[in-house]
Design a protein around this ligand. Structure first.
Ligand SMILES: Cc1cc2nc3c(=O)[nH]c(=O)nc-3n(C[C@H](O)[C@H](O)[C@H](O)COP(=O)(O)OP(=O)(O)OC[C@H]3O[C@@H](n4cnc5c(N)ncnc54)[C@H](O)[C@@H]3O)c2cc1C
Length: 485
């Protein structure tokens, strides 16, 4: 097995140690001060790069510091596997205007994935030790859904339900104070909306996209995701293209953005401290170097930012947000099948299970959309948390063994070529932000406020867009903030 989580293997302990023991800037110890730029951007993910490019185009000098040895942050394409499957940002719709624009502007080709979408929608259902065929599901005793939704498979139910009962009309309504009464747990809101415990357990908690279960997240977060999804579907209603990836993998987009910067991104440059005052700002990196600028943009998710020393200290609701906003625990195993075992057992390669193997998705990244180029096992919630607690090689082996157990035709046919834990990666400490009940009304408004000459961006600060487009939105907002300062 090649470990795609290379940055974890190399440096988690070193980075945590460096972050934890960093002196505040200009404190004792040898330091090397460098020339001043207008703006330092911390992080070469989509948000930081978008901000850097916009500021450069406005005539500012910009330096981007990146802790990892690669560009792209939570967009990571596995180039060691045929078709470059994505370990991070997976796909995007034509309505991701900023991202599509960046790809066009910086010369990255887009792949229309519309012909492959029907394959993803067809998954075998494996629950409580048994396969349930598609035509048996509607009347099956394990189907807990209300009459009008009984035909929906468990992996589609929640999204369809949210589309039907989401009270938010616009994708930015989730942060409106008018909706603060909805900042309760998704579970409690679903129960109030008439959903049974059994329906919530199966449709949400079995393979949760946010949190360990519907108890952990604010209903507003689920509503935001649903209204953003609806907006994207509305934009593409008359568009034959429903989705994209990038030629060479989605990581090609941030790489091309970085390539368009005047100053090369400084890789393997981990920031451990930031200080700003009335006259300027300083950033200290793990090697003791001090970088100076008029202003600093920080694109780190809160789960990482809370290990960076900030002077003067953050306070109030902003400090609470940085300390407590968590990121989703999520792991992936990437497999190249030695043979098309699904032809042997006559089932889809895709699976939705309540077993250890979680969710299995066949990737269709070859010239012929019917071809399966690799398989991705998605492990979310408690499965991912368990994997993060034990020896990773053993954990991967056990998940694969579980898949072989419930899918005998796959036995001996699964070659693991990649594994990624986003939580154990110290440069992300999880995936997307998971807003817990009370956190949206508790501190969203304050989280991205400038702190002296320190400004914030990143997916977790986006108001109207999610994922990669949310990151791009936040980069644009922070660049405007600096230009208007
Ligand atoms: C498994 C997975 C699936 C996803 N699927 C989708 C999808 O289908 N569609 C979609 O739109 N989005 C998806 N996303 C989300 C999307 O990828 C992210 O929201 C987006 O890329 C975040 O960009 P960002 O700039 O906010 O943060 P990041 O990309 O995390 O950028 C922050 C940067 O800061 C760097 N950094 C961290 N600490 C330091 C430090 N101390 N010093 C210097 N640098 C540091 C990091 O290395 C990183 O490069 C997915 C993400 C994952 C992980």
């Amino acid at each position: 097995m090649t470990d795609s989580n290379a940055d974890f293997n190399v440096s988690r302990r070193t980075v945590i140690k460096a972050l934890g023991s960093a002196p505040l800037l200009a404190a004792a110890g040898p330091v090397r001060a460098l020339n001043k730029t207008d703006v330092i951007v911390i992080g070469a993910g989509l948000s930081g790069l978008n901000a850097a490019l916009l500021l450069e185009s406005a005539g500012m000098s910009v330096k981007v510091l990146e802790g990892r040895d690669r560009i792209g942050g939570r967009v990571q394409s596995l180039r060691n596997i045929a078709g470059n499957p994505e370990a991070g940002g997976t796909a995007f719709a034509p309505g991701y205007a900023r991202l599509v624009d960046a790809a066009n502007k910086y010369g990255v080709g887009l792949v229309d994935i519309t012909p492959t979408i029907p394959y993803f929608m067809n998954r075998e259902i494996y629950l409580q030790g048994q396969y349930i065929k598609g035509d048996e599901w509607k009347e099956h005793p394990l189907n807990p859904f209300p009459a009008q939704f009984k035909e929906l498979p468990p992996y589609a139910y929640f999204n369809v339900l949210m589309g039907a009962i989401n009270p938010l009309k616009n994708s930015d309504d989730w942060v409106s104070p008018d909706n603060a009464q909805l900042d309760i747990s998704l579970h409690d809101w679903l129960v109030k909306s008439g959903q049974s415990e059994a329906a919530i357990e199966l449709a949400y908690n079995t393979n949760p996209t946010h949190g360990m279960s519907a108890h952990d997240i604010s209903a507003l977060l689920a509503m935001f995701a649903a209204s953003f999804g609806s907006k994207q579907r509305a934009i593409t209603a008359n568009n034959p293209v429903k989705g994209y990836t990038a030629v060479g993998g989605n990581q090609a987009i941030p790489e091309a953005m970085a390539g368009a910067l005047k100053n090369e991104v400084q890789l393997e440059t981990t920031v451990v401290g930031i200080r700003s005052d009335g006259s300027g700002a300083e950033v200290q990196t793990a090697d003791g170097t001090i970088h100076r600028a008029d202003r600093v943009i920080c694109s780190l998710p809160c789960s990482v930012l809370r290990r960076v020393k900030i002077g003067p200290m953050l306070s109030g609701r902003q400090a609470l947000g940085v300390k407590t906003l968590d990121s989703q625990v999520i792991n992936q195993i990437h497999i190249v099948p030695k043979s098309p075992f699904w032809e042997k057992d006559g089932m889809s390669p895709n699976m939705f299970t309540d077993s250890l193997a979680g969710m299995v998705i066949g990737e269709h990244k070859g010239a012929d959309p019917r071809d399966v180029t690799s398989l991705t096992i998605w492990l979310r919630g408690e499965r991912a948390a368990w994997m993060d607690q034990v020896n990773q090689t053993d954990a991967v082996r056990q998940v694969v063994a579980d898949l072989e157990r419930i899918r005998p035709a796959a036995k001996g046919q699964l070659e693991v070529l990649g594994y990624k834990s986003w939580y154990r990666d110290p440069y992300s400490s999880g995936d997307w932000a998971i807003w817990a009940p009370g956190q949206v009304s508790g501190f969203f408004d304050d989280l991205a406020k400038p702190h002296g000459r320190l400004h914030f961006c990143g997916e977790h600060t986006a108001v109207a867009n999610r994922g990669m487009e949310g990151a791009m939105e936040s980069g644009e907002r922070v660049a405007m903030e600096i230009l208007l300062a």
